[in-house]
Design a protein around this ligand. Structure first.
Ligand SMILES: [Zn+2]
Length: 424
């Protein structure tokens, strides 16, 4: 059942605390049924009021960064399929364009992972001489690498694609469509591999996309559908509130992910967690009817129930730890920087309401340097610029980069303490 905005403001659940919201923060129409399976056994369990609607947008001034629209995030959990969604997500406020910078390819750790994954996909889907289409290809680095490595041709579709120099070789048969994927491009899905990485979590009606893909494949059994999506089970288990932000309106465990595809008539043939367990990698092919769960990772509903129940307490402890640590550092006159100007950094700063406790945010992506963090307006600087701040504490936004970043901090001759944000 979907309400209009007028129906639900200012309604609150029984027993739920009423909170004061900023006047410019608002909610989309409240959604009570699950957008993944349609069931209405959903429970609300986490709120992040008045957060910036975008976290990967490039902003030229601190004023522009602080003027970004704010909206509420309220996560509900579906007890039937394990899906987690922002029940008041407002699609009207989302405007993706080439002003977005989401690439992690400037990190050695990430590009090493991407290379390994490209090799895995090329082999599993036997792509030589075939056509790969990627829905939500970002800046196209991965698609170019995959097609080059696997001797395939490619089509990438993304409203944020920009043909920047240095993003990959031009010596490969890959073209790009700068737009959202829609019915207009259904003919492009006539491919041997349909690839979709880090996009499903941005879609508020994921079931529609998967059904659309399934319809397009029709009765071609050899087409591969390959998806990579952040694993929400880890986020919920770790209490990783920095992994929850407005652009992500949909959150999947491996089991939820597979259930969605199976219900749409796809056989899930491979399901794994990669990148230190942060990403779900799933391979599927079309079958005649809904398929039956058969893989180990799919059996996760009971565990998800328990983790979701424990999540609010875990988050409260982590948030209080970091608030205390930042306040103590400030009163001791210690210079603090974050490392990682992506969505995790934006969420960490805005969820905790951080201001001058943090001096700046470091990022190795040159397209982010000189810009300002959405919401709080902290400057994004290069590692070299960071050295001039002589930081005492460097907080690493993704623990997987801890070693790579520690090495860089040491190479700059800095004595700073380097910690990952999941430290407590
Ligand atoms: Zn559901």
């Amino acid at each position: 059942m979907t309400h209009t905005l007028a129906d639900v403001a200012p309604a609150h659940e029984v027993g739920e605390e009423t909170s004061t919201r900023s006047v410019d923060a608002a909610r989309g129409p409240e959604r009570l049924s699950c957008p993944c399976c349609g069931n209405s056994r959903t429970v609300h369990f986490y709120s992040a009021p008045a957060i910036p609607v975008h976290s990967c947008i490039l902003l030229d001034t601190p004023e522009a960064a602080r003027a970004l629209p704010l909206r509420d995030l309220e996560l509900s959990y579906c007890q039937t399929c394990g899906f987690i969604f922002n029940r008041v997500f407002d699609t009207k406020v989302m405007h993706y364009s080439e002003r977005f910078e989401e690439s992690q390819h400037f990190s050695e750790t990430f590009s090493g992972f991407a290379r390994k994954l490209a090799a895995e996909i090329a082999e599993t889907c036997d792509i030589a001489g075939k056509k790969v289409v990627e829905i939500g290809c970002g800046k196209g680095e991965f698609l170019i690498e995959l097609c080059q490595l696997g001797h395939a041709t490619g089509v990438g579709i993304d409203p944020g694609y920009r043909p920047d120099k240095g993003r990959g070789s031009a010596e490969v048969d890959v073209r790009f469509i700068v737009d959202f994927f829609s019915d207009t491009y259904s003919n492009e899905l006539d491919a041997d591999v349909i690839l979709c990485r880090h996009t499903l979590e941005h879609i508020d009606e994921p079931r529609n996309l998967i059904r659309h893909i399934r319809r397009t494949i029709a009765d071609k059994p050899n087409v591969w559908v390959v998806f990579e999506t952040p694993d929400a089970k880890r986020v919920i288990q770790e209490g990783a509130f920095w992994d929850i932000y407005y652009e992500h309106c949909s959150y999947f465990s491996a089991g939820t992910h597979a259930r969605l595809f199976r219900a749409a008539g796809l056989e899930v043939t491979g399901l794994s967690l990669q990148y230190a367990g942060q990403y779900i990698i799933q391979y599927a092919q079309a079958v005649g009817a809904a398929s039956t769960p058969a893989l180990e990772l799919e059996d996760d509903l009971e565990a998800m129930d328990d983790l979701v129940s424990a999540f609010p307490g875990r988050v409260a402890r982590l948030q209080s730890y970091w608030k205390d640590r930042l306040r103590d550092a400030k009163s001791a006159g210690r210079q603090v920087v974050l490392w990682g100007g992506g969505s995790k950094g934006v969420s960490f700063l805005t969820t905790l309401g951080v201001t001058d406790e943090v001096k700046a945010v470091v990022d190795v992506n040159p397209f982010k340097q000189g810009k300002f963090m959405p919401g709080t307006g902290h400057p994004v600087i290069s590692p070299l610029q960071m050295a001039s701040h002589a930081p005492d504490l460097v907080i690493v936004m993704n623990p997987i980069y801890l070693e790579e970043i520690s090495t860089q901090v040491n190479a700059l001759g800095l004595q700073a303490e380097v910690v990952a944000l999941d430290v407590p």
